[in-house]
Write a protein that binds this ligand. Structure first.
Ligand code: NAP
Length: 266
């Protein structure tokens, strides 16, 4: 299927690895020019070089090594040489998730950091780009959130809270005037995907339960109806579809990608 977005410009946050990389790669393979953001310059540049090789130089790929959750980081994105300024056709909002813990230990600073990263940053990115998209008659915004928005996890209170705020904002804004101007805003909710984030949390979980990391992996995967973690490539393909011409009639949705883990009908 031709997604009909070749030649467009996309901004993808958290794109040096994991789910953001999956989205950036899927878009680039569809002929989209991508500005890829992550803090660590070395990994980001290697990722961009690899993708440049994979796409055979057919698209423009620009690395911006910045913290997307800061004002300075976002200014650097808007001003990057060769980029489209704020004139993006596609924006995939993404950065790291907040740490797990006990809400009794989180002070105001912990909450502000989580809200900044997982609610206010996506809102700032939407604010900067959405009116231009509407004026040009095409726009796709995909926010990478979490299955925890639909099925909250107790130790992820910072994530549950901050992402729920974004979800509420998107529910209203996606249905505003921009819906009639060719702009869609959707949230893509990962369940468990085989990325560094999952790999980083497994050892502590395994130790807590007296299991090996491999045993812990097997236990987690057995709890997923699909019987496995998802891959970043699968996630990217869903993201690219949501960014396609074909998804023009889908807006304000919370799209779960979790191998069937969420047990509800809706
Ligand atoms: P990951 O593999 O750890 O990758 C995170 C990416 O984001 C990296 O490229 C990282 O690079 C970048 N990043 C982190 N903080 C950033 C910042 N402030 N500014 C710019 N880039 C930043 O994580 P992932 O698994 O892809 O997760 C992506 C998002 O999905 C997270 O919010 C996570 O909580 C959420 N999620 C993931 C899963 C899962 O199963 N994987 C499940 C539910 C929700 P640098 O560190 O170099 O900046």
């Amino acid at each position: 299927m031709d997604l009909g977005i070749a030649g467009k410009w996309a901004l993808v946050g958290g794109a040096s690895k994991g789910l953001g990389w999956g989205c950036a790669r899927a878009l680039a393979l569809e002929g989209v020019n991508v500005v890829m953001v992550a803090r660590g310059a070395e990994v980001l540049h290697k990722t961009v070089d690899d993708l440049r090789a994979e796409t055979g130089g057919r698209v423009q790929l620009i690395a911006v090594a910045q913290d997307i959750t800061t004002v300075a980081g976002r200014e650097a994105i808007w001003n990057v040489a060769g980029g489209p300024g704020k004139n993006y056709d596609i924006v995939v909002t993404n950065a790291g998730g907040p740490p797990p813990g006990d809400f009794r230990e989180w002070d105001r600073d912990a909450w502000i950091k989580a809200i900044d990263g997982n609610m206010l940053t996506p809102i700032e990115l939407i604010k900067a780009t959405v009116d231009g998209m509407a004026a040009r008659g095409f726009g796709r915004i995909v926010n990478i959130t979490s299955s925890a928005v639909k099925s909250p996890i107790d130790v992820l209170g910072l994530s549950n809270g901050a992402r729920s705020g974004l979800t509420g904002f998107v529910a209203g804004t996606s249905r505003s005037k921009i819906a009639g101007q060719g702009v869609t805003i959707n949230n893509l909710l990962p369940g468990k995907f085989d990325t560094d984030r999952i790999r980083a949390t497994l050892p502590a979980m395994a130790q807590k339960q007296g299991k090996t990391v491999e045993e812990m992996r097997a236990i987690q995967q057995a709890q997923i109806p699909a019987g496995r973690y998802g891959t970043a490539q699968e996630f990217g393909a869903i993201c690219a579809f949501l960014c396609s011409q074909h998804a023009a009639y889908m807006t304000g949705q919370n799209v779960l990608a979790d191998g069937g883990a969420y047990p509800g009908s809706f």
